[in-house]
Design a protein around this ligand. Structure first.
Ligand SMILES: *[C@@H]1O[C@H](CO)[C@@H](O)[C@H](O)[C@H]1NC(C)=O
Ligand SMILES: *[C@@H]1O[C@H](CO)[C@@H](O)[C@H](O)[C@H]1NC(C)=O
Length: 481
């Protein structure tokens, strides 16, 4: 591109030079004109060369985040800017565009309980979505980040337009345009012509290349519990091509929903989460594709769950597959509940078994998840041998709260055969949550039921006690009479 533009500029200068010919009708003026054009050509081509060189500068710092309420204060941008990322990746819920009715168990409009008669969430109008995006984009912190870093990303349900929505959602066409406008996607980008916001970016020069594959887990997604598709046929073929295409040292797969951890398996029926685990056939297909593609250096980043977590799956490909979840920039689980419930939430996190989560000695007695606002960071030291990646979840002040060093030499095909774990045998980072012994898998549910049981027993005893006293009083009254 630069070469072509430069040639054009010089051609322009050369053409005006021709007019320097003394026989020409404007000898003097055209001399100055051609000199000016030549100077401009030199400047422009120099500028473009610098621009191209910038694209070749190896990327060493990437930040990522998700779940940002455009109407709430967003102080976290300051820490993200302090980290000085070259690239920032949105993982969805970049705005909260849909509307929410208050949670009501009783009354005319019931949004909760098995007897609910209206949906809790409903979509906003196009104008409202546009305003929300405008608000998000003009946040002073985020605006400063946009000037410093290349911003790319995907959406999740709340910026897609409706909580937990999939392919059935009709405003997806309009909202795709709004989302890509928010991300400053060029008007002629193929992402604007296709169905869904998936796409890929490659940064850095040969030997230090990073490919970012951005998935759309909403536009084509079948209903949850259908075990149907998440990506849809066209996006799958595209992904296969991307994965089997030219090798890059690092490949980051961006999925709005979690890929490795299947928290629903250990929390249902108390809590349900979205995630690839809810679509077992699709998650199998994804791991098979990674293995088959023989691509090195692949890992996932994700959002959605309102806490930070690092997971690893050793039985998906021929090397360990890491997943770094950062959620949310403002909407974190401990922030959206009243203060008194924070310990309860930590207790729940600690009690819930997680076979894939990376545990470290300094969080052995907590859950190794982080429930306050957070963002993710990736630092790549290309000069170290082997190349080192330091990947962290950081708090609102920018201090790491979880992290791991991964050497690129670990993420090479052949480092590990997907182990066939015999049924009944537990292997951390390999055995699926659904294969845990039932008393561990349902630990949280069992405890909840015990708690509920004891609670009802106490209430029952109290009622009995009261009844006996009332009856006793009644009897003594009859006696007296
Ligand atoms: C976003 O923040 C505003 C202002 O604090 C609040 O009223 C609203 O409920 C929040 N939205 C969500 C989805 O939490
Ligand atoms: C994840 O958990 C759900 C709920 O228990 C289950 O139906 C599904 O098969 C699990 N997925 C995987 C990949 O284990």
């Amino acid at each position: 591109m630069a070469i072509k533009l430069m040639q054009l500029c010089w051609l322009g200068a050369a053409l005006t030079m021709v007019r320097c010919d003394p026989t020409s009708r404007w000898p003097r003026r055209s001399w100055w004109l051609s000199a000016a054009v030549a100077a401009a050509a030199t400047l422009i081509s120099a500028g473009i060369t610098v621009g191209e060189a910038a694209a070749e500068i190896p990327v060493t710092r990437i930040a990522f985040g998700s779940c940002a309420n455009q109407s709430a204060p967003q102080p976290i941008w300051d820490s993200i800017i302090d980290f000085d990322p070259q690239v920032f990746i949105w993982m969805g819920d970049n705005i909260y565009g849909d509307k929410r009715r208050p949670f009501k168990l009783f009354g005319k409009e019931r949004t909760g309980g098995p007897w609910k008669n209206v949906q809790r969430f409903y979509p906003a109008s196009e104008q409202e979505m546009e305003l929300d995006y405008k608000r998000a984009k003009s946040n002073p912190g985020y605006s400063r980040l946009r000037q410093k870093a290349k911003v790319i990303g995907t959406w999740d349900d709340h910026d897609y337009g409706l909580n937990d929505a999939g392919k059935e959602f009709s405003a997806k066409v309009t909202n795709q345009r709004l989302h890509l406008d928010f991300l400053d996607e060029p008007q002629d980008s193929p992402r604007r012509k296709q169905e869904g916001v998936y796409g890929s970016f490659t940064f850095g020069s040969t030997g230090k290349q990073i490919k970012v594959i951005i998935l759309d887990t909403r536009y084509h997604r079948d209903p949850i519990n259908s075990d149907g598709t998440i990506l849809g046929t066209t996006q799958w073929s595209w992904l296969e091509k991307e994965m089997k295409g030219p090798a890059t040292e690092i490949t980051i797969i961006v999925s709005s929903i979690q890929v490795i951890s299947n928290h629903t398996a250990t929390m249902a029926p108390l809590f349900y989460m979205e995630g690839w685990g809810r679509f077992p056939k699709e998650s199998d297909r994804l791991f098979k594709l990674i293995a088959e593609s023989k691509r090195n250096g692949v890992f996932f980043i994700s959002g959605d769950v309102h806490f930070g977590e690092i997971s690893r799956f050793d039985c998906g490909a021929k090397y360990p597959l890491y997943e770094f979840t950062s959620s949310g920039l403002t909407q974190a689980v401990e922030k959206v509940v009243p203060h008194a419930f924070r310990s309860l939430i930590r207790g729940i996190a600690w009690l819930t078994p997680a076979t894939m989560r990376l545990m470290s000695s300094n969080c052995r007695y907590s859950s190794c998840t982080y429930g306050k606002p957070n963002f993710g960071t990736i630092e790549i030291n290309w000069n170290e041998s082997p190349v080192k990646l330091k990947i962290e979840v950081r708090d609102v002040e920018g201090y790491p709260v979880a992290g791991v060093n991964v050497y690129l030499s670990e993420l090479q095909v052949g480092n590990m055969e997907p182990a066939a774990v015999s049924s009944g045998e537990f292997q951390r980072h390999c055995s699926l949550e659904v294969n845990l012994p039932w008393f561990i898998r349902y630990r949280l549910v069992i405890l909840f039921c015990c708690f509920l049981g004891v609670y009802f027993l106490i209430v029952l005893l109290l009622l009995l006690h009261l009844a006996v006293r009332v009856r006793g009083g009644h009897l003594s009254k009859i006696k007296r009479d």
